[in-house]
Design a protein around this ligand. Sequence first.
Ligand code: FUB
Length: 334
Amino acid sequence: MDQIDFEELNKIAISQPLIKHIYTADPSAHVFEGKIYIYPSHDIEAGIAFNDNGDHFGMEDYHVISMDNPNGVAVDNGLALHVNDVPWAERQMWAPDAATKNGKFYLYFPAKKADGIFQIGVAISDSAVGPFVAEPEPITGSYSIDPAVFCDDDGSYYMYFGGIWGGQMQSYRENKYDAEYQEPMANEKALNPKIAKLSSDMKSFAETVKEIEILDENGNSLLAGDNERRFFEASWMHKFNGKYYFSYSTGDTHFICYAIGDNPYGPFLYQGRILNPVVGWTSHHSICEFENKWYLFYHDSSLSKGITHLRSIKVAEIKYDAYGKIQTLDPYNK
Ligand code: FUB
């Protein structure tokens, strides 16, 4: 790989890290009561060698970042939840998300249990920035990583989740774990992200976990070998002009892509790319509206000079064309 000149890269980057005193990634942004709250991973150097399971992502806690507007100062509100305070979790506090209902705030997060299996838990607070108190057990029926919670206009909440490779979703079929299960062959249907409606107390699934389909231009499911388009991790849902936009990372090809559907369960028709590859292996994002403009929150590893597990959250405006298509962003103006 060519040597990257990070000084030059920062000059052509479309945005700069929102905070620099800690490393942060996987930004899930929401506007709660007129203010932006970002729920990111808190990256650390855990001293674990790089591998395809992502063990080097050894995060231990969460901090919530708040901003009065997308161009404002990003404030680190301190420790929101530590893995030591989650009875069921042992390690690897990966990409979280949050939701609010009836004055309470719910932080959803994946972590590995002592047996090395990821599940998703919830922790609750009276404040958007925590501290959060974890439920004693993970959410029954949850598995894998990257929860994203979407509130529809009718007040229903849905969790999207899942990720392959380190995210372990390849080890599940019909919501059952078997370590023998593998990723499908290249000419077979890709593994799809998962969805479950949340129950009214926000602490459990109200239904059996289902999968959502991402279809190509001919209405066929994307194939496992279609690495530039198939789902890998980093689910996100937003609604624009009455349509449901499901966006995600393609992982090993490093794109943030999206697909559009008519309801929260899909199917979703593949549309294209939102973000071209960033510096660092992972790409993970969220999309939210603030004062009638739309913003992509994302991360890259430019501040750490390319260390893939030491990332920094960023924000950039996105635009739709007249047909509701999102214009692709290049993270660095070439
Ligand atoms: O931050 C750890 C993992 O890296 C996330 O869960 C994935 O989405 C990827 O960004």
